[in-house]
Design a protein around this ligand. Structure first.
Ligand SMILES: [Zn+2]
Length: 324
């Protein structure tokens, strides 16, 4: 997870006098500044912590928790919600105009949606999600970064709170079916990449796209939850992670544009590839509770209860089939 846009926030979250700005010259691909060096030569102390992200999610070890209910999203339907798209030299980041997240078993707070960014591999054949599920790495991963609204920019307080950021992770993968069924919104978003090929380049959205558009087709009541960290230096352990089970289905062309278009710096620099941190040690994982199969209100003699029971059996079979 690439952190917030503001340098001020980055510096404060880094804490202890260290500042996660350009002075920490980390990278993904070069051995001199890649992930293995983050806790060592870069001396980013949090990157050696005990609740680091990303992780592999072993679905068989995920403990069901009835408190992991649905989320409340506000302004995710705002067609003007995406304002600016930027090549940071590390990722492609989209600044959000507004939007909040609450519920979903998060602490009793509202989290402000500030930005989202992407992680990817190399084309559609070399996947680059950060989290993996049962060892499977997806082609891409989207991270929506949300910060507790109560801090309202007070980063001193935020850095002292180990639940100050709620990150929402969504996997992206190529649609296995008719290409016309893939999300056209992601094609639209990817069409901006040729305008931001160099590190530091940015553009403003002329098209009307909402977060709901980009998350189309994903059941947001099905997710994994664990406590982790930022996945980029300074790796602060302040993140409540939500990783959604269902993936966003996009076109092969949209995936491939990310690894073939944007560069680390100027036009002669390397393409931005494999923008993910390696898997970190396991953490305790919870998941939303499965639908109940116990009927408590239907009358035993009514026809509808038979239908209900059949539907519940079908749901139970579906869950079993999915192996979750
Ligand atoms: Zn990220």
């Amino acid at each position: 997870m690439q952190l917030l846009g503001g340098l001020l926030v980055l510096c404060a979250l880094a804490g202890q006098g260290r500042c996660a700005d350009a002075s920490i010259d980390w990278c993904y691909q070069d051995a001199s500044c890649g992930p293995a060096t983050w806790p060592v030569s870069l001396a980013v102390e949090f990157c050696n912590g005990s609740r680091q992200s990303p992780i592999n999610i072993n679905s068989s070890k995920a403990v069901e928790d009835a408190e992991l209910v649905g989320f409340s999203f506000t302004d995710y339907d705002n067609k003007l919600g995406l304002t600016k798209i930027k090549n940071t030299g590390k990722t492609v980041k989209v600044t959000l105009a507004n939007g909040t997240v609450s519920g979903g078993g998060l602490p009793n707070s509202t989290y402000q949606s500030l930005q989202f960014h992407l992680h990817w591999g190399n084309g559609s054949t070399q996947p680059g999600s950060e989290h993996t599920v049962n060892g499977k790495r997806y082609p891409m991963e989207m991270h929506i970064v949300n910060v507790k609204a109560i801090y309202n920019g007070n980063t001193t307080l935020a850095v002292a709170d180990n639940e100050s950021i709620a990150a929402l992770g969504f996997f992206l993968e190529e649609l296995d079916g008719p290409a016309t069924m893939a999300s056209t919104y992601w094609d639209t978003l990817a069409s901006y990449l040729p305008n931001i090929t160099n590190g530091g380049d940015y553009a403003y959205f002329a098209d009307k796209i909402s977060l709901d558009d980009l998350l189309e087709g994903v059941d947001r009541t099905k997710y994994y939850r664990y406590l982790g960290s930022l996945t980029t230096p300074s790796c602060n352990e302040v993140v409540i992670w939500t990783v959604f089970k269902e993936s966003i289905k996009v076109s092969k062309e949209a995936i491939e544009l990310f690894s073939s278009t944007v560069r680390v710096a100027n036009g002669t620099s390397a393409l931005l590839l494999n923008t993910y941190r390696p898997i970190q040690p396991d953490q305790a994982i919870r998941t939303n509770a499965r639908p109940t199969t116990t009927t408590t209100t239907a009358a035993a003699s009514s026809g509808s209860s038979v239908t209900l029971a059949a539907a519940q059996m079908a749901i139970a079979a579906l869950w079993a089939f999915k192996g979750v």
